[in-house]
Design a protein around this ligand. Structure first.
Ligand code: SAM
Ligand code: SF4
Length: 268
């Protein structure tokens, strides 16, 4: 389906949980966040029903994100269901990688097509500063496990944070070259500040608004047509198609700011 500005919307990003096992400084406030009650989030069955309708409207790519998608129980079951939906050509996942070493084989077997791993530095001290955790080794094991499980086109996402990791870019690039990973730099953004299309540093994300082909679904069942907007539309499970159409039709031409949610709830 096309939006009002002639953009073909073919990509749905689904935040399957707002819970996370890290506390990245650019994503979550340091003192923690109020979480949605577990019974307030969409069940796998509901997500599958939404994706079935979305696929009828021309959505062909799904990305599971979070919070941290791998902390949600049996995520491989959801992937298996999504892969069986007619019209869904690709199911991808974005993860912080901490739980990947245990799960890569199951994810592959469920049919997951691609994985993006978020890692901003290879320096344990900087990793701790950025994520509040000392799990860097686990992430590195997760990367190895992903490669071993046979995933192709695995991408490493690096958020560029001035004063912390800009000096790490070259090393990260080299690491990706060695491992055969794709490398994607993300400009650090503040959701609640006016979006500037001018990039601070050379980076592949965020995309310019005119190229945006995506909508988002939050764990608590709201459709967000734009990351940088407060607009959101609850999914009416009795009329999912109309809810999706409403969100797509109301996709703003340009992002501005989002004041009602944080990154950890929307999934980047
Ligand atoms: N927990 C998973 C992870 O970290 O990959 C998935 C959710 S996370 C919100 C999705 C992506 O958003 C990650 O690549 C993360 O680095 C990025 N992200 C989060 N906050 C950001 C910010 N303020 N600016 C730029 N990217 C951000
Ligand atoms: Fe968690 Fe991902 Fe946000 Fe980091 S960026 S706090 S890993 S949701």
């Amino acid at each position: 389906m096309f939006d009002r500005y002639n953009r073909r919307i073919s990509y749905l990003r689904i935040s399957v949980t707002d819970r996370c096992n890290l506390r990245c400084i650019y994503c979550m406030p340091p003192r923690g966040v109020p979480l949605h009650p577990r019974d307030g989030i969409l069940s796998y069955e509901e997500i599958v029903r939404i994706v079935e309708e979305a696929a009828r409207l021309g959505i062909s790519k799904i990305r599971l994100t979070g919070g941290e998608p791998l902390v949600r129980k049996n995520i491989d079951h959801l992937i298996l269901y999504l892969k069986n939906i007619k019209g869904v050509k690709e199911v991808a996942l974005t993860t912080n990688g901490v739980l990947l070493s245990k799960m890569a084989v199951d994810l592959r077997q469920a049919g997951l097509d691609r994985i993006n791993i978020s890692l901003d530095t290879l320096d344990p001290e900087k990793y701790r500063t950025l994520t509040g955790s000392s799990d860097l080794d686990k992430v590195l094991e997760g990367i190895e496990a992903t490669l071993k499980a046979g995933f192709k086109n695995t991408k490493l996402n690096m958020v560029l944070i001035p004063d912390i990791n800009l000096g790490c870019v070259e090393k990260m690039e080299e690491f990706c070259r060695e491992k055969g990973l794709l490398f994607q730099r993300i400009n650090h953004y503040f959701l609640n500040e006016l979006l500037t299309t001018q990039q601070n540093y050379e980076a592949e994300r965020p995309l310019p608004c005119e190229q945006c082909n995506r909508i988002r679904l939050t764990a608590d069942g709201k459709l967000k047509p734009c990351l940088f907007s407060d607009r959101e539309y609850p999914v009416d499970l009795k009329d999912i198609t109309s809810s999706l159409q409403e969100a797509i039709i109301n996709k703003p031409e340009h992002g501005m700011r989002c004041t009602v949610r944080g990154n950890w709830e929307i999934g980047g």
